[in-house]
Design a protein around this ligand. Structure first.
Ligand SMILES: [Zn+2]
Length: 205
């Protein structure tokens, strides 16, 4: 995979609000995410809301808890808007108007990114178990794997005209829920250059 890379977060910045719903209520509506496994049950309808506490919204970053939410400052959003096809949505704040920062909403693309046998083998090697099907919403979630433990990609159908995409497979444990994300190389390079302390680029196979 030459055109796409993974953008690995070296740290997290910013706590979603309200903490009670891990910030999911404003993004998906109180009924729009599964309260048993944390997985959204439909597209994002609202805004990622971040607390200002300990957050300087400059460059690009991934908040705590919501590892699928990629945030960029207003200047970087302007740079990216003209060059890439992205769903950019303002980041909201609990007490001040939105607009200083933007979230890149990452679409789920494809039917499968990994061979389930590969994921089974890797999760058992790491955790001694594979994952779980949520008893409430029925979604399967694999236990999390560090990037170097992920099996090779077998994306079907292959990624076409997207600049950023998330896997149909969900990962996490308990209420933690995230997807794997691939970023077009040029886009990843701009983001990593804007925030080298937040990201490093990882080649994928
Ligand atoms: Zn669920």
């Amino acid at each position: 995979m030459r055109e796409f890379v993974a953008l690995e977060a070296r740290r997290n910045r910013g706590w979603p609000w309200p903490e009670k719903s891990f910030g999911l209520d404003p993004m998906f509506g109180a009924g729009g995410w599964c309260h048993a496994c944390g997985i959204p049950q439909g597209p994002q309808t609202g805004f990622l809301t971040l607390q200002r506490r300990n957050l300087t919204p400059v460059g690009a970053w991934v908040p705590y808890w919501n590892y699928d939410a990629l945030c960029v400052d207003a200047g970087l959003a302007d740079t990216l808007r003209g060059r890439f096809s992205l769903d950019l949505r303002p980041v909201a704040w609990p007490a001040t108007p939105a607009g200083d920062a933007w979230q890149i909403v990452i679409p789920t693309v494809g039917r499968a990114w990994y061979d389930p046998e590969d994921l089974r083998r890797q999760t058992i090697a790491r955790h001694r178990r594979t994952g779980a099907r949520c008893p409430v919403c029925g979604t399967w979630k694999w236990l999390p794997l560090a990037p170097e433990l992920l099996p090779p990609l077998h994306i079907t159908p292959p990624l076409a005209d997207v600049d950023i995409a998330a896997s149909p497979e969900w990962f996490g444990d308990g209420l933690e829920a995230f997807r794997q994300i691939l970023v077009r190389r040029q886009l990843a390079e701009i983001i990593a250059a804007a925030s080298p302390r937040d990201f490093l680029i990882r080649e994928v196979t």
